[in-house]
Write a protein that binds this ligand. Structure first.
Ligand code: BTN
Length: 322
């Protein structure tokens, strides 16, 4: 944890602590402590100072790194958190950081995106109120296995949302839905050598406190807004932290060889399995029944002639119940 984070923890104790004591605990000067305190104030923390020392009274600022980091108890995900105000796209931002060597688990969060990217080249409208974040992974796996990470992300989001009390389910491959309406989309982007992944960036966009009027008309009726489902404002810091914790648990397990947990969890929350689906890939378009998920995360579709197809990408539309 950064010195600023550690100072925050020392201040967050309902009792006054002197600058000298903080300095001694951290091995820094009182002047350095004062600089960190000033920076915390600029971030929106109300910190009282008296002859005895400092006391944290409250927070009235925007989401920031510390507000996420202090809620996190993770092994890999969120080791570094970058919070931006407005950005083009958190995926683009994180890809630049990845190319410069950013560590696995680095997370970029933005309050608003002006060029948010959706799947198949679509735009992801990203007004203030939504949660927009990207996670950097450097998994030991072949590029052909990247699909696993998309499933993992969808499951992590669904679990985090279920933790808030909504019946979130997963529509293959990466939409999280409530009552069939999309509340979250996941965009996976990868940089790879022939046989090994260099990095994967998983971008997650959630309609949390989004004003539906700011969503494009053509998707408005098919979108769910978390705040409306729950009848109250969503704390984006809490949501980001719980999502990253679910993500971390599943990711660490997968890297230890237990992808089974993701497969089982995903199947339990699947909105797609057992349904008639229309699949559209770059090369193909066909109808069939979604009958299973293969061990590497591909959707298994039974065609009308009884053949089976493995689907690893493209769009999936639900037609009927099985
Ligand atoms: C989809 O089309 O369903 C995927 C949408 C993914 C949107 C997220 S928001 C955070 C990250 N940054 C982006 O530019 N896109 C993803």
């Amino acid at each position: 944890m950064s010195n600023r984070g550690r100072i925050f923890e020392l201040l967050d104790r309902e009792e006054v602590i002197s600058g000298e004591a903080i300095g001694e605990l951290l091995g820094i000067s009182r002047a350095a402590v004062w600089k960190h305190v000033e920076a915390l104030r600029e971030d929106g923390y109300e910190i009282l100072s008296s002859d005895e020392g400092y006391l944290l009274k409250g927070f009235s600022g925007e989401m920031n790194e510390l507000e996420i980091e202090r809620r996190l108890d993770t092994e890999v995900i969120g080791g570094d958190v970058v919070v931006l105000g407005t950005t083009a796209s958190t995926n683009e931002e994180l890809k630049s950081l990845a190319a410069e060597g950013a560590a696995e688990g680095t997370v970029v969060v933005a309050r608003r995106q002006v060029e948010g990217k959706g799947r198949i080249g679509k735009r992801w409208e990203s007004p203030e109120g939504g949660l927009y974040l990207s996670v950097l992974l450097r998994p030991r796996m072949a590029p052909t296995e990247a699909q696993k990470m998309t499933l993992l992300a969808g499951l992590a989001v669904a679990r985090a949302l279920r933790g808030l009390g909504v019946d979130a389910r997963i529509k293959w491959s990466n939409d999280v839905v409530i009552d069939g309406k999309k509340v979250c989309g996941v965009l996976t982007e990868m940089s790879a050598e022939e046989n090994a992944v260099d990095y994967i960036v998983i971008g997650i966009g959630i309609n949390a406190n989004t004003d539906p009027g700011e969503l494009p008309e053509e998707i408005r009726d098919d979108s769910a807004i978390l705040r409306d489902e729950l009848g109250g404002e969503i704390d984006l810091r809490e949501l980001a932290a719980s999502l990253l914790e679910e993500f971390d648990e599943l990711y660490v397990g997968t890297q230890d060889g237990n992808f089974e947990e993701v497969l089982t969890g995903w199947k339990e929350l699947s909105e797609t399995l057992g349904r008639e689906v229309l699949i559209e890939t770059r090369r193909d378009r066909f109808v069939g029944y979604a009958v299973g998920l293969s061990r590497d995360g591909a959707l298994v579709v039974e065609l009308p002639d009884g053949d089976f197809r493995r689907v690893t990408g493209g769009l999936c539309r639900h037609l009927d119940s099985y």
